[in-house]
Design a protein around this ligand. Structure first.
Ligand code: CA
Length: 242
């Protein structure tokens, strides 16, 4: 989906900051090198204690956490991080030499967002890191969308205006969600069909007009229909500006 790519591109411009927690210096160096080349800012820790210090210092965007660490294990550290308020949503990818399904499940239960088995290619690891960062940035942004007095709760799928609930059909909800994540841009009917209905569905473009009309009608009583603007010859745009 285009929305996801846009959000992630915006985020990735800030150079994601990765903390590598691994006791073997050679692996740490290899990771530092390949992640650095891939454009990440990299920090290192050799054990759980150092990791906790580094987390407060550098506030990483993601942790690559080795399962087998001296002292506090990777799984224990993952558990601790999940329990602490400040790090409860910090993305974690577990690194492990084990390929057992049980361990994978234990790692994920401990709160890891993903899991990669040694030996792995840097290319695969980097792809996983991008995927986890993309997913978690969406989740972080995925709470409440706002436009004026209108609020859309992406988790509860509820819409309200000035704290009064707004009843919408599922298609109108998806349409509004799409508009609220893509404000001030014009979309043709066929683009809206692709984004809101899915690109493998064949529906006539007139259908878009029908749902736009329904959405406007729902918004009208709250004086918010003006957000959905017709751009003659092009399509529709959602904007708080008139
Ligand atoms: Ca290790």
């Amino acid at each position: 989906m285009m929305a996801d790519k846009l959000m992630y591109n915006m985020m990735s411009r800030q150079t994601p900051n990765i903390l590598v927690v691994e006791d073997e210096a050679a692996i740490r160096e290899m990771l530092n090198y390949s992640l650095g080349r891939a454009g990440f800012e990299v920090h290192e820790a050799a054990d759980a204690r150092q990791a906790q210090d580094m987390i407060s210092k550098v506030e990483p965007d993601l942790i690559l956490l080795d399962w087998m660490l001296p002292g506090i294990s990777g799984v224990e550290l993952a558990n601790k991080l999940r329990q602490a308020n400040r790090t409860s949503r910090l993305p974690i990818i577990m690194l492990t030499a084990r390929g057992e399904e049980d361990d994978k499940i234990r790692g994920l239960e401990a709160g890891a967002d993903d899991y990669i088995t040694k030996p792995f290619s840097p290319k695969e690891l980097i792809a996983r890191i991008h995927a986890v960062l993309r997913r978690t940035s969406e989740e972080a942004q995925g709470d409440i969308l706002e436009a004026g007095l209108m609020k859309l709760d992406t988790i509860g799928h509820r819409v309200s205006i000035n704290n009064k609930p707004l009843e919408l059909g599922p298609t109108e909800y998806r349409l509004l969600h799409f508009f609220m994540t893509h404000k001030d841009r014009v979309f043709s009917r066929s683009q809206l069909l692709d984004h809101v209905w899915g690109d493998h569905v064949y529906i006539e473009e007139r259908t878009v007009d029908v749902h736009i009309r329904r959405l406007r009608r729902a918004l009208e009583s709250f004086d918010c229909a003006r957000y959905i603007q017709t751009v003659r010859g092009s399509g529709y745009r959602f904007s708080e500006q008139i």
